[in-house]
Design a protein around this ligand. Structure first.
Ligand SMILES: *[C@@H]1O[C@H](CO)[C@@H](O)[C@H](O)[C@H]1NC(C)=O
Ligand SMILES: *[C@@H]1O[C@H](CO)[C@@H](O)[C@H](O)[C@H]1NC(C)=O
Ligand SMILES: *[C@@H]1O[C@H](CO)[C@@H](O)[C@H](O)[C@H]1NC(C)=O
Length: 355
């Protein structure tokens, strides 16, 4: 199946070479983040997901709210789609089926997520039914599965070939949990040294987490180790080999969440510091490979701590959406969290506008 997808993409590429196509042209040379929404001071926009109708959901960490934004409108009003008052914040969000979104909820003793502020045993996976064709129907919370064995759940991903499970990264215990979204059954299919915390550090270990849409790999970042890595998995998310490093960040860079392009070829990573988006060719033939900054990172303090990434869908396809934490105590910044979109059309596909 994955091989077929690659062959299919290759055929498409060769056809494009022969007949020529507009999409192959390099149209954008700068990738300026365009502000979709500025939240008030003190708001942390943690994670983000694009829906088939072009809207995006973002989770707030400082308060347990799921916010809907319709970026097709200019200056869209944020709509509170859910508020989970029994927890202090929401984290990873994933969409295992067209009519289902899943969200991590948990409680923290401080305003920043760290392995020392995470409250042991407070985590749950929320399962919401959504209807992208009937905007008037708000999400309905249909299940709330406690995960008491988790230390600090952060990233969440769907599996492209398994609509019944999601995988959640545990930044404290350095493992991946698998949750059956229909029954709430939980097991631990992945445990690896590259997912662990660094001893003595309160920086999360495994952080962002996304299964490739086309290839049998689960990609992840480990913020404490400052790496972007991957692990070979089965279609239902079981580990099939040891994890490997795809990119090791340089200097004091650390990676947070990221998005994989719909063709499976490119990863766009949030780097904070230095408040930038980095691009990685995940079909590179040799690992570790390198990352190239394609947006932010130029001292623009308005793009304030990018921490969540997703591709827009439907009318917003080829837009990369980014959620930001805003000002973080001890790390600087000057505003509340934000949602941006960045047109990355010229960075997708096989042709190279990547400098
Ligand atoms: C967290 O809670 C579990 C029980 O849910 C307990 O076994 C474990 O020791 C606790 N860990 C810490 C660090 O308190
Ligand atoms: C997309 O679907 C969501 C979920 O039902 C809905 O809340 C939102 O209003 C829809 N957006 C548009 C542009 O129709
Ligand atoms: C938000 O915080 C910044 C920096 O502390 C401050 O300059 C700004 O006035 C604040 N905005 C509001 C609306 O309070």
């Amino acid at each position: 199946m994955w091989l077929m997808t690659r062959i299919f993409l290759l055929v498409g590429f060769l056809a494009a070479l022969i007949i020529g196509c507009d999409a192959c042209a390099c149209t954008t040379t700068t990738h300026t983040p365009v502000l979709v929404h500025q939240f008030p001071n003190g708001t942390w926009a943690e994670n983000i997901i694009g829906l088939a109708n072009g809207s995006v959901y973002t989770t707030l960490f400082n308060t347990p709210e799921l916010i809907l934004l319709d970026p097709i409108q200019s200056n869209p009003d944020p709509i509170t789609a859910a508020n989970i008052a029994t927890k202090t914040g929401l984290l990873g969000v994933a969409q295992p089926r067209n009519d289902i979104i899943t969200v991590i909820a948990g409680s923290f003793t401080s305003t920043a997520p760290s392995t020392t502020s995470a409250i042991n045993g407070s985590y749950a996976i929320l399962v919401f039914t959504i209807d992208v064709e009937t905007p008037s129907i708000p999400p309905v919370l249909r299940a709330k599965y406690p995960i008491p064995q988790a230390g600090f759940l952060d990233g969440l991903t769907a599996l492209p070939l398994d609509p019944h499970h999601v995988l959640a990264g545990d930044s404290l215990k350095g493992v991946i949990w698998r949750i059956n979204i229909d029954t709430g059954a939980v097991d631990c299919p992945i445990s690896d040294p590259l997912l662990k915390q660094v001893s003595g550090s309160s920086t999360p270990g495994v952080n962002g987490l996304h299964a490739s849409p086309t290839d049998p790999y689960l990609y992840f970042t480990n913020s404490a180790m400052a790496i972007f890595g991957r692990v070979l998995i089965s279609s239902s998310g079981s580990q099939l080999a040891s994890a490997e490093t795809v990119v090791a960040a340089s200097g004091d860079n650390a990676y947070d969440d990221f998005a994989i392009s719909p063709d499976g070829h490119w990863a766009f990573l949030c780097n904070t510091p230095p408040d930038a988006i980095s691009l990685v060719d995940i079909w590179s033939t040799a690992f570790p490979t390198t990352a190239t900054i394609v947006a932010g990172g130029n001292g623009d303090t308005n793009f304030d701590h990018p921490v969540g990434a997703t591709f827009g869908r439907g009318p917003e396809h080829s837009q990369l959406f980014i959620s930001t934490a805003g000002a973080i105590e001890g790390l600087g910044g000057k505003t509340g969290g934000q949602v941006f979109k960045i047109d990355v059309k010229d960075l997708l596909g096989e042709t190279s506008c990547r400098i």
